[in-house]
Design a protein around this ligand. Structure first.
Ligand code: SF4
Length: 519
């Protein structure tokens, strides 16, 4: 049986017109077609699989639109690639603040009936794949907290590090945590701040936490957006022009969300910046400055959509340059350049153009895996990568093939793909990776296994080549990657998963220990 979980519907007015705190029990809606199963959905984590690395979240915010909930829905729809586990939208109309979240995809949760319950001209939204806290509805966002500063809803992309005894201290001060998510710590810090105004309390709280956060927050009458001082995760600001009144101000993790809203890109929220939007307009302040920027370079390699502009640079352009640079660094005679779909496509196009070798879609991806083929776990595992990818035999037979992919994590999936291409008749299979070897885990919002499970942390490139059974293997150099992503030459990047040099002081030592035995 397919189960769907919803939480909300909050924002119910009591007889005095105040917002009553409504703890809605979880309700289940059974048997709706096309909904994610709690247990049988292959998107759920399986430790024996070798999935692509996953992003934690996408966030959006809308201020000054008569149907803010629908705008937030559209923006989240465009950001669905950043998290498919749960989604939520909170709205406010100056008086009330409503919040609805559910498990599954944005389009499954927010039907017309559900959106109709979310009234107001302001909204924030969130789509999530969890790396901290339980992967349950409890930790879906936005998180709404009723505090001495009033009602606050928050949506967060990234991971905080070095929380130390912050949570215990807040609990001693009377904080009641509703979730196990680290995002709630920010709201509780705001609630317990001694600062005189809300904006001072937010600035004060953000300066106390370390790690990665691109956040949007909402009270009954204001929207806030902020990025951590190092600018790990992206967050952009845009505008929907309104000829009859003030413009609608929008925020989103990636600029591709603006296109669906017909919004124009204004600028990125700066590292360490707190932006406030009210009826009176947009104001901004730096709550922190002076730390070097360390934006996540893996957003350019894999996570962000190619039609987004992040950290001041188009992702499509970065990936094209990665492919070209890879061709210059590690060219090999071949007949075809074949991408591992979908994320290897743009780099493969760049590689093919630079090398003059024909580009062909020699592997076809089934886009409906996980949506229609819901089988018991063991059977899905047995089908493995063949469920997702299928080789085009007549293209590959007898050819020397250069396969382009964006990462090797444990190596098991890569080996299956190389075997698949060879099984389709390829004479030679050369694997090229559009970034350096992934040797260290991420603590800033990307779901990486610990060092002992990362093949490149425990084997040499030649050993990896032998393991994945390729004729040759080469990675893009770190210098090559930085060159490809550094549009105007002024962007500071985090490259810790390729170097082990973390921009923050505190990381989990257990996770950075290498394997004690060979993989
Ligand atoms: S460690 Fe890697 S994935 Fe994590 S923020 Fe840094 S570059 Fe991005």
């Amino acid at each position: 049986m397919t189960l769907r979980l919803y939480q909300g519907i909050a924002g119910v007015a009591d007889t005095t017109g105040q917002l009553s705190t409504v703890h809605c029990p979880l309700s289940t809606v059974a048997g709706a077609p096309g909904l994610a199963s709690e247990t049988g959905d292959p998107r759920h984590k399986n430790p024996e699989e070798d999935p692509k690395l996953r992003e934690e979240c996408g966030v959006v915010a809308i201020h000054g639109h008569p149907d803010a909930a629908r705008q937030a829905y559209l923006a989240l729809y465009a950001l669905q690639h950043r998290g498919q586990e749960s989604a939520g939208i909170a709205t406010a109309d100056g008086q009330f603040l409503a919040n609805i979240k559910g498990m599954g995809l944005v389009s499954e949760i927010f039907t017309d009936d559900v959106l109709a319950k979310l009234r107001g001209s302001m909204a924030i939204g969130h789509t999530r794949y969890s790396t901290t806290g339980d992967s349950a509805l409890l930790n879906a966002q936005p998180i709404r907290v009723d505090s001495t500063k009033g009602l606050i809803a928050i949506a967060h992309n990234g991971n905080l590090v070095h929380l130390g005894n912050l949570r215990a201290r807040l609990e001693r001060e009377g904080a009641y945590f509703q979730t196990t998510s680290d995002s709630e710590i920010i709201v509780q810090l705001i609630a317990h701040s001694h600062a005189g105004t809300l904006v001072d309390a937010i600035a004060d709280s953000l300066s106390q936490v370390e790690g990665a956060f691109s956040i949007v927050m909402m009270t009954r009458d204001r929207i806030f957006a902020a990025r951590d001082p190092r600018g790990f995760r992206p967050l952009s600001m845009g505008r929907i022009k309104n000829p009859d009144g003030p413009d609608t101000i929008v925020f989103a993790s990636e600029s591709c969300a603006f296109d669906l809203l017909r919004a124009e890109f204004i600028r990125d929220v700066l590292p360490g910046e707190l932006v406030m939007v009210t009826e009176d307009g947009v104001t901004s302040r730096q709550f922190s400055s002076g730390l070097p920027q360390s934006s996540c370079i893996f957003e350019h390699v894999y996570f962000a959509r190619p039609d987004s502009r992040i950290f001041g640079h188009w992702v499509q352009e970065s990936r094209d340059q990665m492919g070209r640079q890879l061709a210059r660094e590690s060219g090999v005679p071949a007949d075809l350049v074949v991408p591992v779909p979908d994320s290897g496509v743009t780099a493969a196009l760049g590689y093919a153009e630079e090398s003059g070798i024909r580009f062909r879609l020699g592997l076809i991806r089934n886009h409906y895996v996980g949506r229609t083929f819901i089988e018991p776990e063991q059977r899905v595992r047995d089908f493995g990568v063949r469920l997702k990818l299928n080789p085009v035999h007549n293209l590959l037979a007898g050819k020397r093939v250069i396969l382009i992919d964006d990462s090797i994590i444990r190596g098991t999936t890569c080996r299956k793909i190389v075997r698949m291409v060879r099984g389709a008749g390829a004479k030679e299979v050369h694997l090229r990776i559009s970034c350096p070897p992934t040797i260290s885990p991420c603590f800033y919002g990307v779901d990486t296994p610990s060092k002992r499970d990362l093949i490149a942390a425990n084997k040499s490139i030649e050993e990896i080549r032998q393991y994945i059974e390729a004729d040759s293997l080469a990675y893009l150099s770190l210098d090559g990657l930085l060159k490809a992503c550094n549009g105007d030459g002024h962007i500071g990047y985090c490259t810790a998963c390729y170097t082990g040099n973390y921009p923050t002081q505190w990381v989990d030592v257990e996770d950075i220990l290498p394997a004690t035995v060979s993989l």
